[in-house]
Write a protein that binds this ligand. Structure first.
Ligand code: ATP
Length: 583
């Protein structure tokens, strides 16, 4: 239920009159008890922190009231306009709790004296400065509020509550982390919404508490590839896959588990609270028996059993529900990918370097395929290492990479740059989509063996006669998230794929025989499709017939509306390279 303003004003009076910090704080805590209203109550108690409140000085407010009350030229008007004048500070006017009088008290006594004789409609509306809107609002209040309410309304407007309590007391009455969260976020709304449960902790600068969510360390995006090397100044960095699931922290306390998202949302019901429940059942057995308590940071992913691919974030809850209902027969299931450990047997690890945390993680947790896995990393030193890693992450149909400083502490709620996220989208790129002819396919490995998972594209050799068209290889891409479209192409063209014999390739297929990029299957373009591929840039390459290839190629779509002849030709590619030189 929301708190009526009349009651709110009375409570404010009570706080002001009450002596002692803890007694005042107790009243504030009671006012905030109706937690649905907390954001509004906090904003009204701390109006100086609420950006929405009007910026009005007491002089202007006095004018507006004089107009709205229709008391121009009277002693009452003078009392408002010149309220600091000692002549108006009489004993009956002041609030006994305050040693001095403020505008609000002057207003209180003026309104109390005049309330019975108000007749608003008869007052001419004069436009002064730009105060028409404010005046209309105040007029509404004049007609509807009592003197006490006016006193508090004006204090809210003037952002000076004079309650005799500090901002910190108000925050503390709400939640022990309220002040800290406000300092980090500058948002009363976040303070009200994120800290709704007094037992839930969302931030802590020095420690992570078992069973309380914390704000995880975040990655900063980089705009240029060489910024990674610059940042580490030649020292080694770690490269990990950028996972596209949901950031999830796992708190283990003996046989009990708690799961929280990045925003402190509790997912324990979905992933299991006890060692014999849901995903927790499979995770419990992956820990060494010596692990009593621990807190892990990682990403919850949804794994599609039939495509053997991780699905995008949107599928996560469906996957978890399917798995909870159907168990092993579910088509999708949740997999927890751990990449950090922050607490182990009640000892905080925040100040241990990442290198040590990861070593410990791999010692206490056994990878359990499809249940809980530890994210792998590669070490890098140079920009070239970043380029290669990003290229292969594109080939693995991923979003990008995260680069980490292995010497850094775990910094809660921090995005200062010890972790960097690198996505082709962030990098200055050509930004153009190229329509290319599909000519080859590569089989996947593992679960995808026997199925095409990567494709090779070509440009049209427009110097060849149309009835004996040749196609010059140009690039390779991973099938991306539009898996079903690729399945469709492979399916559609079934019967037309032929094994690639690099010793005796068909005349139409122009590809260096020495190339390491050897497709398993090729398809004559008359049976294939034009596909749109996005990339960061065109670079020289000895691996493709054209002498060029794409950097960070990503599959965009199948051009159902285009014929093979509409694909990019060699001449167009050369023009394109020429036009983009120096870009
Ligand atoms: P952000 O989460 O950085 O505010 P965002 O919500 O737009 O940005 P993305 O840019 O897609 O999301 O980044 C997803 C987030 O996933 C990263 O910020 C990071 O917190 C997390 N993430 C994914 N992979 C990793 C990883 N290997 N290590 C650490 N964090 C990761």
């Amino acid at each position: 239920m929301s708190l009526p303003f009349s009651l709110f004003a009375k409570e404010l009076d009570r706080i002001q009159r009450t002596k002692g910090h803890s007694a005042k704080k107790a009243i504030v805590a009671l006012m905030l008890r109706d937690r649905q209203d907390a954001e509004t109550v906090l904003a009204l108690l701390l109006p100086h922190l609420d950006q929405r409140v009007l910026q009005i000085k007491d002089k202007v407010l006095a004018r507006i009231y004089v107009d709205a009350l229709g008391i121009e030229g009277t002693t009452s008007a003078a009392r408002l306009l010149d309220w600091r004048n000692p002549a108006f500070i009489t004993s009956g006017l002041g609030d006994p709790a305050l040693s001095t009088v403020d505008f609000a008290q002057s207003l209180y006594s003026v309104i109390r004296d005049r309330i019975s004789s108000l007749s608003l409609q008869s007052q001419p509306l004069t436009v002064r400065d730009n105060s028409l809107d404010r005046k209309t609002i105040i007029s509404f209040f004049v007609a509807n509020l009592n003197p006490t309410e006016h006193k508090w309304l004006s204090r809210i407007i003037l952002k000076e509550m004079k309650l005799g309590i500090t901002e910190k007391t108000v925050f503390d009455a709400w939640h022990k982390e309220a002040q800290d969260l406000y300092n980090i976020t500058s948002s009363l709304s976040r303070v009200a919404k994120d800290l709704i449960d007094p037992n839930v902790s969302v931030i802590s600068n020095s420690s992570v508490s078992l069973n309380f969510p914390f704000k995880p360390m975040l990655a900063k995006s980089v705009k240029s590839l060489d910024s990674v090397e610059k940042l580490r100044q030649g020292k080694a960095f770690w490269i990990e896959t950028k996972l596209d699931g949901e950031r999830m922290q796992l708190h283990k306390s003996g046989s009990n588990y708690k799961w929280f998202s990045r925003n402190a949302k509790d997912y324990t019901n979905l992933y299991g609270a006890y060692k014999d429940q849901k995903l927790a059942r499979h995770i419990h057995v992956a820990f060494l028996p010596t692990v009593d308590t621990c807190v892990l940071d990682g990403e919850m992913m949804s794994f599609n059993v039939s495509t053997s691919l991780f699905e995008s974030f949107g599928n996560l809850k469906t996957a978890a529900n399917l798995f909870n209902a159907d168990g092993e027969t579910a088509t999708s299931k949740p997999v927890y990918i751990a990449f950090d450990i922050l607490l182990y047997n009640n000892k905080s690890l925040l100040e241990s370097p990442l290198r040590d945390r990861r070593k410990l993680l791999s010692m206490i947790l056994k990878d359990s395929k499809g249940r809980i896995e530890i994210l792998s990393y590669a070490e890098g030193n140079t920009t070239e290492d970043v380029v290669k890693a990003l290229d292969s992450s594109m080939m693995r149909r991923e979003e990008g990479i995260v680069v980490k400083n292995p010497d850094s502490d775990y910094l809660l709620n921090d995005r200062a740059g010890e972790w960097l996220k690198v996505k082709p989208d962030y990098i200055d790129s050509l930004g153009d989509d190229l329509d290319l002819v599909l000519v080859g396919g590569f089989f996947g490995s593992g679960y995808r063996s026997g199925k095409l998972s990567h494709f090779m594209c070509a440009v049209i050799d427009d110097s060849s006669p149309p009835d004996q068209r040749r196609y010059i290889t140009f690039c390779k891409f991973g099938s991306g998230y539009k898996e079903d479209q690729i399945e469709e192409i492979s399916h559609e063209s079934e019967g037309h794929w032929q094994a690639y014999d690099h010793v005796n390739p068909p005349a139409w297929f122009i590809h260096p025989p020495t190339s390491k990029e050897r497709p398993n299957m090729i398809i004559h373009p008359s049976h294939a499709r034009v596909v749109t591929v996005k990339a960061a840039e065109v670079v020289e390459s000895t691996q493709y017939g054209s002498g060029y290839t794409l950097r960070f190629p990503r599959f965009v779509t199948v051009r159902q509306d285009k014929d093979v002849g509409d694909g990019l030709s060699k001449t167009e590619l050369e023009e394109y390279i020429h036009n983009n030189e120096g870009r």
